[in-house]
Design a protein around this ligand. Sequence first.
Ligand code: NAD
Length: 257
Amino acid sequence: MPLLADKTAIVTGGSSGIGRAIALKFAAKGANVVIADTVEQPIEGGDSTVELIHSAGGDAVYIRTDISDWSAVDALVGATVAQFGRLDVLVNNAAIYTSTNLIETTPEQWSRVISVNLTGFFCCSKRAVMQMLIQSPVNEVRGRIINISSQHGMVACPGDFPYSVSKGGIVQMTRQIAVDHADDLIVCNAIAPGKIITGKPGVANDPDALDYSRHRTPWPRLGTPNDVAGAALFLASDMASYVTGINLMVDGGWMAG
Ligand SMILES: NC(=O)c1ccc[n+]([C@@H]2O[C@H](COP(=O)([O-])OP(=O)(O)OC[C@H]3O[C@@H](n4cnc5c(N)ncnc54)[C@H](O)[C@@H]3O)[C@@H](O)[C@H]2O)c1
């Protein structure tokens, strides 16, 4: 049996980058995958995630969703359950950044980052837990939440104030959900990627940013979306038993240095 046979997963921000790799990995391991993103076309180009999954014989659907909008998230989980019967795994992955320090950040930039990176994770987690509470456990677990945090939720992200603060909040949100809903048999973990090369726009892939990351990363290469997808597969599967409330670093040793 594939590791995620009969499981249904929502991956936010699954059209591009890390979320796309997680969605492809989950589908390859037998999961029905719902891609929740504001756009369907991948930032890095190529076929959409749903097209790739379908051509490999998997089951996936795209539902246009802005995770900061409660009614859109409510509809997303409703549509997922209507189509696939339950929700086993939520991957909270979609996030944005501004590359602005405290002084440079406008109130509008602050509000937008917090509304996606924290309120969006809150809306998706709350709605997913509402669903998980009314489904029966399978192998002791009613449902699993995986939050994509960052090494920059534990150490400062130079020059990116709202992003780093939001990622610190996500690490704590993970612990809070894990503790409050352990009795409900709902599992919640985070993954903290180090520097992962994706196609996202902005300064993330500037030569200086890459030099800084290479300097900080002991492993002799930077990360790939697939590195994060492997950790997500573990945390989504029954292999991860009695593991809840952790923040699993996939960072090439960044945080060990
Ligand atoms: N790439 C890295 O080096 C790195 C490092 C640490 C953590 N992370 C985290 O990994 C996650 C994915 O990063 P990435 O590099 O793949 O980013 P990306 O920009 O390549 O992809 C993000 C996806 O999220 C979608 N999205 C943005 N706002 C949304 C919204 N409001 N609602 C729904 N979807 C929305 C985008 O359309 C895009 O498809 C993020 O949480 C990011 O903070 C990335």
